[in-house]
Write a protein that binds this ligand. Structure first.
Ligand code: NDP
Length: 313
């Protein structure tokens, strides 16, 4: 069976940065890209908040650059998804696409998180044409326009507040008659004149020619007060939560109450020796490309320290 010093799982900014640092520390490493090579950034358009690109850079281009950089310094980058991994003892044996296996002395989990969607067909129809799950990524394109944010939690309030500084008007579409968000986030929303909360509303469709021009809502769904309501919007932002991609870990890695990998102390260490995590899969808080890249760097340095301590480097 093939053996590597460091197996990196995931190909977002965290995975590629970990690969660059591992290679430059002379740690043999193999990175599996997973089902969405390049990760979430490949579905955004222009990235204007990643330092070093004064004119901005396309999400795909940024990820292609990171991949090329990792390959140039010696990382072995492969397509394929790690479908399971045995954490019982090192070396940890990972199974790729349910078949071939690879043994690894250390593992960096950088599988990211997936934004939750409502599951209505129009979300796919208007993907990249007005539907987004990231206000910080795409909000800029809605300067002086009207947008809607779906959700009533902290993320939705944060996204709505952020967008209210850019857009002329922000609707929050909340399915219950209250916000689940913390008091402080609710207060922040209440202080904004251009945020209007539509309580008791569910989105059932979007409309528009070539891009989002509005949303079909149902108010008081399933009751005798049920009514249809259309709102005119240019952008539709989902903020109904993220799901960290941890299913393949088989319950062996400690997660926090929200399902994110629970890091130990101030490092990227997990509960299993030699297994580290970086990026959105372990970050419920910041979820930015640049912070994920930073965590990828930390994880590779943690791998290096671990191998040195064990006398294996
Ligand atoms: P939450 O799970 O807290 O909230 C999700 C929101 O989306 C809820 O209002 C929920 O409605 C709504 N929702 C879920 N599914 C649907 C659906 N199918 N249709 C319509 N609405 C739906 O997720 P968040 O991402 O907001 O937060 C995750 C965690 O991260 C929380 O612990 C939060 O506190 C934390 N966080 C903290 C921040 C901060 O402190 N600044 C910022 C961001 C996140 P309902 O209430 O009806 O279930």
């Amino acid at each position: 069976m093939e053996r590597t010093k460091c197996l990196i799982i995931g190909s977002g900014p965290a995975g590629y940065t970990a690969a660059i640092y591992a290679s430059r520390a002379n740690i043999d490493n193999v990175l599996y890209e997973g089902i969405q090579p390049g990760g979430q950034l490949t579905i955004t358009t222009e990235i204007e908040n990643f330092p070093g690109f004064p004119e901005g850079i396309g999400g795909l281009d940024l990820m292609d650059n990171m991949r090329a950089q990792a390959e140039r310094v010696g990382s072995k980058i492969r397509s394929g998804e790690v479908t399971s991994i045995n954490f019982d003892k090192a070396p940890y044996v990972a199974t790729i696409d349910g078949g071939e296996q690879i043994a690894a002395d250390t593992v960096i989990i950088a599988t990211g998180a997936s934004a939750k969607y409502l599951g209505i067909a129009d979300e796919k129809k208007y993907a990249g044409l007005g539907v987004s799950a990231c206000a910080t990524c795409d909000g800029f394109f809605y300067r002086k326009k009207v947008v809607a944010v779906v959700g009533g939690g902290d993320t939705a309030c944060e996204e709505a507040s952020y967008l209210s500084n850019i857009a002329s008007k922000v609707y929050m579409i909340v399915r219950k008659d209250y916000l689940r968000a913390s008091q402080i986030m609710q207060k922040r929303v209440a202080e904004k004149d251009n945020i209007e909360i539509l309580f008791n509303c569910n989105t059932v469709g979007l409309f528009g020619n070539g891009g989002v021009e509005g949303a079909h809502l149902v108010k008081f769904k399933g009751t005798d007060k049920e009514e249809m309501l259309d709102i005119k919007i240019d952008g539709f932002f989902l903020a109904i939560g993220h799901k960290p991609n941890t299913d393949f870990l088989g319950g062996k890695i400690d997660l926090d109450a929200n399902g994110y990998i629970d890091l130990k102390g101030k490092t990227t260490a997990t509960n299993i020796p030699g297994v580290f995590a970086a990026g959105d899969v372990a970050d419920p808080m910041y979820r930015q490309a640049v912070s994920a890249a930073g965590m990828g760097c930390h994880a590779a340095l943690d791998v290096q320290a671990y191998l040195v301590e064990k006398g294996e480097l």
